[in-house]
Design a protein around this ligand. Sequence first.
Ligand SMILES: [Zn+2]
Length: 344
Amino acid sequence: MQLPREVIVGNGTIEQVANISRKLGFTKSALVIAGSKTNDIAGKTVRELLEDRKMEVNTFLVETATIKDVETVEERIRTLKPEIVFGVGGGTKIDVAKCSSARQAIPFISVPTTASHDGIASPLSSIKGSGTPYSVLAQAPLAIIADTNIIMQAPWRFAVSGCADVIAKLTAVKDWKLAHEERNEYYGAYAASLALMSARLVIESADLIGEKSEEGIRVLIEALISCGVSMSIAGSSRPCSGSEHLFSHSLETIRPDCSLHGERCGVGTIMMAFLHGANWKQVKKTLEKLEAPASASDLGVDKEEIVRALELAASLRPERYTILHKMNLRYDGYGRLAKTTGVI
Ligand SMILES: [Zn+2]
Protein backbone atom coordinates (compact mmCIF):
# COMPACT_ATOMS: atom_id res chain seq x y z
CA MET A 1 0.00 0.00 0.00
CA GLN A 2 1.27 3.41 -0.93
CA LEU A 3 -0.57 6.15 0.95
CA PRO A 4 -0.23 9.95 1.19
CA ARG A 5 1.68 11.06 4.28
CA GLU A 6 0.23 14.57 4.59
CA VAL A 7 -3.29 15.57 3.62
CA ILE A 8 -4.21 19.18 4.26
CA VAL A 9 -7.65 20.52 3.38
CA GLY A 10 -8.88 24.01 4.26
CA ASN A 11 -8.99 27.70 3.57
CA GLY A 12 -5.53 29.10 2.78
CA THR A 13 -3.70 25.78 3.09
CA ILE A 14 -1.51 26.66 0.09
CA GLU A 15 0.49 28.79 2.53
CA GLN A 16 1.64 25.50 4.10
CA VAL A 17 3.39 24.33 0.96
CA ALA A 18 6.94 25.16 2.08
CA ASN A 19 6.40 23.78 5.60
CA ILE A 20 5.07 20.51 4.22
CA SER A 21 7.94 20.30 1.78
CA ARG A 22 10.48 20.79 4.57
CA LYS A 23 8.69 18.38 6.88
CA LEU A 24 8.92 15.70 4.20
CA GLY A 25 12.65 16.40 3.78
CA PHE A 26 12.67 18.42 0.54
CA THR A 27 14.69 21.57 1.07
CA LYS A 28 16.76 22.00 -2.08
CA SER A 29 14.87 21.74 -5.35
CA ALA A 30 11.43 21.30 -6.85
CA LEU A 31 9.74 21.15 -10.24
CA VAL A 32 6.25 22.65 -10.54
CA ILE A 33 3.99 21.22 -13.26
CA ALA A 34 1.01 23.46 -14.03
CA GLY A 35 -1.13 24.74 -16.87
CA SER A 36 -0.94 28.40 -17.93
CA LYS A 37 -4.17 29.18 -16.04
CA THR A 38 -3.46 27.05 -12.98
CA ASN A 39 0.04 28.53 -12.82
CA ASP A 40 -1.55 31.97 -12.35
CA ILE A 41 -4.10 30.59 -9.87
CA ALA A 42 -1.72 28.60 -7.68
CA GLY A 43 1.52 27.52 -9.41
CA LYS A 44 3.26 30.90 -9.01
CA THR A 45 2.31 31.01 -5.32
CA VAL A 46 3.75 27.53 -4.78
CA ARG A 47 6.97 28.60 -6.51
CA GLU A 48 7.29 31.86 -4.52
CA LEU A 49 6.67 30.13 -1.20
CA LEU A 50 9.34 27.53 -1.94
CA GLU A 51 11.80 30.13 -3.24
CA ASP A 52 11.31 32.13 -0.03
CA ARG A 53 12.85 29.13 1.68
CA LYS A 54 15.81 29.26 -0.70
CA MET A 55 14.71 26.28 -2.75
CA GLU A 56 15.62 26.11 -6.43
CA VAL A 57 12.32 25.91 -8.28
CA ASN A 58 11.56 25.38 -11.97
CA THR A 59 8.15 25.57 -13.58
CA PHE A 60 7.03 23.59 -16.59
CA LEU A 61 3.68 24.31 -18.22
CA VAL A 62 1.56 21.62 -19.87
CA GLU A 63 -1.86 21.99 -21.46
CA THR A 64 -2.73 18.37 -22.25
CA ALA A 65 -2.03 14.95 -20.75
CA THR A 66 -0.58 12.97 -23.62
CA ILE A 67 2.23 10.44 -23.56
CA LYS A 68 4.35 13.09 -25.30
CA ASP A 69 3.72 15.56 -22.43
CA VAL A 70 4.79 12.88 -19.96
CA GLU A 71 7.99 12.16 -21.89
CA THR A 72 8.83 15.88 -22.11
CA VAL A 73 8.38 16.29 -18.35
CA GLU A 74 10.48 13.16 -17.76
CA GLU A 75 13.24 14.79 -19.79
CA ARG A 76 12.98 17.93 -17.59
CA ILE A 77 13.20 15.74 -14.48
CA ARG A 78 16.32 13.98 -15.77
CA THR A 79 17.97 17.32 -16.58
CA LEU A 80 16.95 19.33 -13.51
CA LYS A 81 17.04 16.46 -11.00
CA PRO A 82 14.46 17.99 -8.61
CA GLU A 83 13.89 16.35 -5.22
CA ILE A 84 10.13 16.64 -5.59
CA VAL A 85 7.52 17.33 -8.29
CA PHE A 86 4.42 19.45 -7.59
CA GLY A 87 1.34 18.89 -9.74
CA VAL A 88 -0.73 22.08 -9.67
CA GLY A 89 -4.09 22.03 -11.46
CA GLY A 90 -7.16 19.99 -12.21
CA GLY A 91 -7.07 16.64 -13.92
CA THR A 92 -4.52 16.81 -16.69
CA LYS A 93 -1.68 18.62 -14.90
CA ILE A 94 -1.82 16.32 -11.91
CA ASP A 95 -1.96 13.29 -14.22
CA VAL A 96 1.18 14.41 -16.06
CA ALA A 97 3.04 15.24 -12.82
CA LYS A 98 2.00 11.92 -11.25
CA CYS A 99 2.89 9.75 -14.22
CA SER A 100 6.21 11.41 -15.12
CA SER A 101 7.46 11.53 -11.51
CA ALA A 102 6.51 7.87 -11.01
CA ARG A 103 8.39 6.85 -14.15
CA GLN A 104 11.45 8.78 -12.94
CA ALA A 105 11.10 7.32 -9.43
CA ILE A 106 10.74 10.60 -7.56
CA PRO A 107 7.83 11.60 -5.29
CA PHE A 108 5.11 14.09 -6.15
CA ILE A 109 2.78 16.38 -4.23
CA SER A 110 -0.74 17.10 -5.45
CA VAL A 111 -2.04 20.68 -5.30
CA PRO A 112 -5.54 20.52 -6.83
CA THR A 113 -7.19 23.70 -8.11
CA THR A 114 -10.49 21.95 -8.85
CA ALA A 115 -12.45 19.10 -7.27
CA SER A 116 -13.67 17.56 -10.51
CA HIS A 117 -12.59 13.91 -9.98
CA ASP A 118 -10.73 11.57 -7.66
CA GLY A 119 -7.47 11.68 -9.65
CA ILE A 120 -6.33 14.51 -7.34
CA ALA A 121 -5.55 11.87 -4.70
CA SER A 122 -5.44 8.52 -6.51
CA PRO A 123 -2.35 6.49 -7.45
CA LEU A 124 -3.61 6.23 -11.06
CA SER A 125 -3.16 8.50 -14.03
CA SER A 126 -5.03 8.84 -17.28
CA ILE A 127 -2.74 9.58 -20.23
CA LYS A 128 -3.87 10.05 -23.83
CA GLY A 129 -2.05 8.02 -26.46
CA SER A 130 -0.83 5.48 -23.93
CA GLY A 131 -2.96 2.77 -25.53
CA THR A 132 -5.55 2.65 -22.73
CA PRO A 133 -8.54 5.02 -22.53
CA TYR A 134 -8.73 4.36 -18.77
CA SER A 135 -6.40 5.14 -15.86
CA VAL A 136 -3.31 3.08 -15.09
CA LEU A 137 -1.28 2.70 -11.90
CA ALA A 138 1.42 5.37 -11.39
CA GLN A 139 2.03 6.41 -7.78
CA ALA A 140 0.09 7.91 -4.88
CA PRO A 141 0.83 11.54 -4.02
CA LEU A 142 3.19 11.88 -1.06
CA ALA A 143 1.09 14.83 0.10
CA ILE A 144 -2.15 16.52 -0.94
CA ILE A 145 -2.57 20.23 -0.31
CA ALA A 146 -6.17 21.19 -1.11
CA ASP A 147 -6.93 24.86 -0.56
CA THR A 148 -10.72 25.26 -0.41
CA ASN A 149 -10.38 28.98 -1.14
CA ILE A 150 -8.71 28.21 -4.50
CA ILE A 151 -11.00 25.28 -5.34
CA MET A 152 -14.14 27.33 -4.65
CA GLN A 153 -13.07 29.90 -7.23
CA ALA A 154 -13.14 27.30 -10.01
CA PRO A 155 -16.30 27.09 -12.15
CA TRP A 156 -19.03 25.31 -10.15
CA ARG A 157 -19.43 22.72 -12.91
CA PHE A 158 -16.15 21.11 -11.80
CA ALA A 159 -17.37 20.53 -8.23
CA VAL A 160 -20.64 19.08 -9.52
CA SER A 161 -18.67 16.72 -11.75
CA GLY A 162 -16.58 15.71 -8.72
CA CYS A 163 -19.77 14.86 -6.80
CA ALA A 164 -20.93 12.63 -9.66
CA ASP A 165 -17.53 10.87 -9.75
CA VAL A 166 -17.95 10.06 -6.04
CA ILE A 167 -21.58 8.91 -6.45
CA ALA A 168 -20.29 6.55 -9.17
CA LYS A 169 -18.66 4.46 -6.43
CA LEU A 170 -22.12 3.02 -5.64
CA THR A 171 -22.05 0.91 -8.79
CA ALA A 172 -18.24 0.54 -8.95
CA VAL A 173 -18.30 -1.30 -5.62
CA LYS A 174 -21.25 -3.45 -6.75
CA ASP A 175 -19.30 -4.43 -9.87
CA TRP A 176 -16.26 -5.27 -7.80
CA LYS A 177 -18.29 -7.49 -5.50
CA LEU A 178 -19.88 -9.16 -8.52
CA ALA A 179 -16.44 -9.90 -9.99
CA HIS A 180 -15.44 -11.39 -6.65
CA GLU A 181 -18.50 -13.62 -6.45
CA GLU A 182 -18.59 -14.72 -10.06
CA ARG A 183 -14.96 -14.51 -11.17
CA ASN A 184 -13.17 -15.06 -7.87
CA GLU A 185 -11.45 -11.71 -8.18
CA TYR A 186 -9.71 -10.24 -5.13
CA TYR A 187 -12.12 -8.03 -3.16
CA GLY A 188 -11.01 -5.76 -0.35
CA ALA A 189 -13.87 -5.04 2.04
CA TYR A 190 -12.06 -2.12 3.67
CA ALA A 191 -11.26 -0.33 0.39
CA ALA A 192 -14.81 -1.00 -0.84
CA SER A 193 -16.35 0.37 2.37
CA LEU A 194 -14.25 3.52 2.18
CA ALA A 195 -15.36 4.24 -1.41
CA LEU A 196 -18.98 3.45 -0.57
CA MET A 197 -18.95 5.64 2.53
CA SER A 198 -17.70 8.56 0.43
CA ALA A 199 -20.55 8.08 -2.05
CA ARG A 200 -23.14 7.93 0.73
CA LEU A 201 -21.71 11.00 2.41
CA VAL A 202 -21.90 13.05 -0.79
CA ILE A 203 -25.49 11.89 -1.39
CA GLU A 204 -26.46 12.84 2.19
CA SER A 205 -24.68 16.19 1.85
CA ALA A 206 -26.14 17.10 -1.57
CA ASP A 207 -28.07 20.06 -0.11
CA LEU A 208 -25.05 21.35 1.79
CA ILE A 209 -22.82 21.02 -1.28
CA GLY A 210 -25.51 22.66 -3.44
CA GLU A 211 -25.33 25.75 -1.20
CA LYS A 212 -21.75 26.19 -2.45
CA SER A 213 -20.60 26.59 1.13
CA GLU A 214 -17.04 25.96 2.26
CA GLU A 215 -18.34 23.18 4.50
CA GLY A 216 -19.98 21.52 1.49
CA ILE A 217 -16.89 21.75 -0.71
CA ARG A 218 -14.86 20.31 2.15
CA VAL A 219 -17.13 17.26 2.29
CA LEU A 220 -16.61 16.80 -1.43
CA ILE A 221 -12.81 17.18 -1.29
CA GLU A 222 -12.53 14.78 1.63
CA ALA A 223 -14.73 12.28 -0.21
CA LEU A 224 -12.54 12.54 -3.34
CA ILE A 225 -9.40 12.06 -1.25
CA SER A 226 -10.94 9.06 0.54
CA CYS A 227 -11.73 7.55 -2.87
CA GLY A 228 -8.11 8.09 -3.89
CA VAL A 229 -6.96 6.39 -0.70
CA SER A 230 -9.33 3.48 -1.29
CA MET A 231 -7.59 2.87 -4.63
CA SER A 232 -4.20 3.02 -2.89
CA ILE A 233 -5.42 0.40 -0.41
CA ALA A 234 -6.86 -1.82 -3.14
CA GLY A 235 -3.82 -1.34 -5.37
CA SER A 236 -6.12 -0.76 -8.34
CA SER A 237 -9.00 1.46 -9.41
CA ARG A 238 -11.51 -1.33 -8.68
CA PRO A 239 -13.30 0.30 -5.69
CA CYS A 240 -13.86 3.49 -7.70
CA SER A 241 -14.28 2.43 -11.29
CA GLY A 242 -16.80 -0.08 -12.63
CA SER A 243 -19.31 -0.31 -15.47
CA GLU A 244 -20.30 3.37 -15.09
CA HIS A 245 -16.68 4.33 -15.78
CA LEU A 246 -16.53 1.98 -18.78
CA PHE A 247 -19.58 3.82 -20.13
CA SER A 248 -17.87 7.16 -19.47
CA HIS A 249 -14.67 6.09 -21.24
CA SER A 250 -16.55 4.73 -24.26
CA LEU A 251 -18.73 7.85 -24.56
CA GLU A 252 -15.56 9.92 -24.44
CA THR A 253 -14.10 7.96 -27.36
CA ILE A 254 -17.35 8.44 -29.34
CA ARG A 255 -17.71 12.15 -28.45
CA PRO A 256 -14.41 13.51 -27.14
CA ASP A 257 -14.23 16.75 -25.12
CA CYS A 258 -17.98 17.18 -24.91
CA SER A 259 -18.49 16.58 -21.19
CA LEU A 260 -16.49 16.14 -18.00
CA HIS A 261 -15.38 12.74 -16.71
CA GLY A 262 -17.55 12.89 -13.57
CA GLU A 263 -20.59 14.11 -15.52
CA ARG A 264 -20.49 11.05 -17.79
CA CYS A 265 -19.86 8.72 -14.83
CA GLY A 266 -22.94 10.12 -13.08
CA VAL A 267 -25.19 9.33 -16.04
CA GLY A 268 -23.56 5.91 -16.27
CA THR A 269 -24.29 5.29 -12.59
CA ILE A 270 -28.03 5.84 -13.11
CA MET A 271 -28.13 3.11 -15.78
CA MET A 272 -25.75 0.67 -14.06
CA ALA A 273 -27.66 1.03 -10.77
CA PHE A 274 -30.78 -0.05 -12.71
CA LEU A 275 -28.97 -3.13 -14.05
CA HIS A 276 -27.78 -3.99 -10.53
CA GLY A 277 -31.35 -3.69 -9.21
CA ALA A 278 -30.17 -0.84 -6.96
CA ASN A 279 -31.89 2.44 -6.15
CA TRP A 280 -31.25 4.20 -9.46
CA LYS A 281 -34.01 6.73 -8.81
CA GLN A 282 -32.12 8.03 -5.78
CA VAL A 283 -28.97 8.41 -7.89
CA LYS A 284 -30.91 10.33 -10.52
CA LYS A 285 -32.65 12.52 -7.95
CA THR A 286 -29.36 13.39 -6.26
CA LEU A 287 -27.70 14.27 -9.57
CA GLU A 288 -30.66 16.48 -10.48
CA LYS A 289 -30.54 18.15 -7.08
CA LEU A 290 -26.87 18.95 -7.66
CA GLU A 291 -27.76 20.13 -11.18
CA ALA A 292 -25.43 17.49 -12.60
CA PRO A 293 -26.18 15.98 -16.02
CA ALA A 294 -28.68 13.12 -15.78
CA SER A 295 -29.60 12.60 -19.44
CA ALA A 296 -28.23 12.53 -22.98
CA SER A 297 -29.35 16.11 -23.63
CA ASP A 298 -27.77 17.31 -20.35
CA LEU A 299 -24.50 15.79 -21.59
CA GLY A 300 -24.96 17.35 -25.01
CA VAL A 301 -24.91 14.04 -26.86
CA ASP A 302 -27.39 12.25 -29.14
CA LYS A 303 -29.58 9.40 -27.93
CA GLU A 304 -27.91 7.09 -30.37
CA GLU A 305 -24.47 7.97 -29.01
CA ILE A 306 -25.57 6.89 -25.53
CA VAL A 307 -26.72 3.51 -26.82
CA ARG A 308 -23.54 3.07 -28.87
CA ALA A 309 -21.44 3.95 -25.82
CA LEU A 310 -23.27 1.32 -23.77
CA GLU A 311 -22.68 -1.23 -26.49
CA LEU A 312 -18.97 -0.37 -26.68
CA ALA A 313 -18.42 -0.19 -22.90
CA ALA A 314 -18.23 -3.92 -22.18
CA SER A 315 -15.64 -4.55 -24.90
CA LEU A 316 -13.40 -1.72 -23.73
CA ARG A 317 -11.88 -3.68 -20.90
CA PRO A 318 -12.78 -7.38 -21.11
CA GLU A 319 -10.69 -8.29 -18.04
CA ARG A 320 -12.71 -5.96 -15.79
CA TYR A 321 -15.84 -8.01 -15.15
CA THR A 322 -18.92 -5.86 -14.43
CA ILE A 323 -22.71 -6.00 -14.64
CA LEU A 324 -22.40 -5.13 -18.35
CA HIS A 325 -20.45 -8.35 -18.96
CA LYS A 326 -22.91 -10.37 -16.92
CA MET A 327 -26.03 -9.00 -18.66
CA ASN A 328 -24.44 -9.06 -22.12
CA LEU A 329 -27.26 -7.01 -23.67
CA ARG A 330 -27.62 -6.17 -27.34
CA TYR A 331 -28.25 -2.79 -29.01
CA ASP A 332 -32.03 -2.95 -28.39
CA GLY A 333 -31.53 -3.92 -24.77
CA TYR A 334 -29.24 -0.96 -24.19
CA GLY A 335 -31.79 1.29 -25.85
CA ARG A 336 -34.47 0.04 -23.46
CA LEU A 337 -32.12 0.55 -20.49
CA ALA A 338 -31.43 4.16 -21.45
CA LYS A 339 -35.15 4.82 -22.09
CA THR A 340 -36.40 3.21 -18.88
CA THR A 341 -34.00 5.28 -16.79
CA GLY A 342 -34.91 8.49 -18.65
CA VAL A 343 -31.39 8.99 -19.96
CA ILE A 344 -32.74 9.14 -23.54
ZN1 LIG B 1 -13.67 8.63 -11.96
